[in-house]
Design a protein around this ligand. Structure first.
Ligand code: C5P
Length: 197
């Protein structure tokens, strides 16, 4: 069975949590595409290398680095994500993952719009910037005001770039998680998938 669930939305809206949960529930494979951009950002900075070249030769070791979850890595990711040659280098891998046999959930920014416009289910997961910054702060700690400023800066960069900007696909279902528990958000996503299986 070929069945793709595209989950897009801004930083810390709950995409990853929802994607992991529904992938487990339906037995689908899951790809966190942000990790690809994080690895390209961090590795190209560490080696002072051309990000497009790094994107073309990403290794499993690059993706397994333990510093990819930091705020700095998210920032580095969104800076290399504006480069068309970086995005182009990552397209084929993501598309074949999306259409692999057995079903797949991909979360990112452009899955429903660019990577897999034919996805059977498209979700656009959002939450207020304050709610998202608070969740990120619970994970990473530090100065709350600075976390909020970084979340806003990243939204701004992701929404306003020329190449594959963050926006909902015309046929995406919006899921605002500001006032939802994790269980409620997952249940809504799962109900949508079940209805289209
Ligand atoms: O989702 P995550 O916070 O890990 O993504 C890090 C950054 O990678 C995003 O802010 C965005 O700039 C970029 N990204 C992207 N397209 C994707 C996934 C992530 O441009 N499909």
């Amino acid at each position: 069975m070929i069945f793709t669930v595209a989950v897009d939305g801004p930083a810390a809206a709950g995409k990853g949590t929802i994607s992991r949960a529904v992938a487990a529930e339906f037995g689908f494979a899951h790809l966190d595409t942000g990790l690809l951009y994080r690895a390209v950002g961090v590795v190209s900075e560490a080696r002072a290398a051309d990000p497009a070249q790094v994107a073309r030769s990403l290794t499993p070791e690059d993706l397994a680095r333990d510093d990819l979850r930091s705020l700095a890595a998210g920032d580095a990711a969104s800076r290399v994500a504006v480069i068309p040659a970086v995005r182009a280098a990552l397209v084929d891998f993501q598309r074949s993952f999306a259409r692999r046999a057995g079903g797949a959930v991909l979360d990112g920014r452009d899955i429903g719009t660019v990577i897999c416009p034919e996805a059977e289910v498209k979700l656009f997961v959002t939450a207020s910037a304050e709610a998202r910054a608070h969740r990120r702060w619970l994970e990473v700690g530090g100065d709350a005001a600075q976390v909020l400023a970084e979340v806003r800066a990243r939204d701004e960069r992701d929404m306003n770039r020329a190449e594959a900007p963050l926006r909902p696909a015309a046929d995406a279902v919006l899921l605002d998680t500001t006032d939802l528990s994790v269980a409620e958000a997952v249940a809504r996503a799962a109900a949508l998938i079940r209805a289209r299986l």
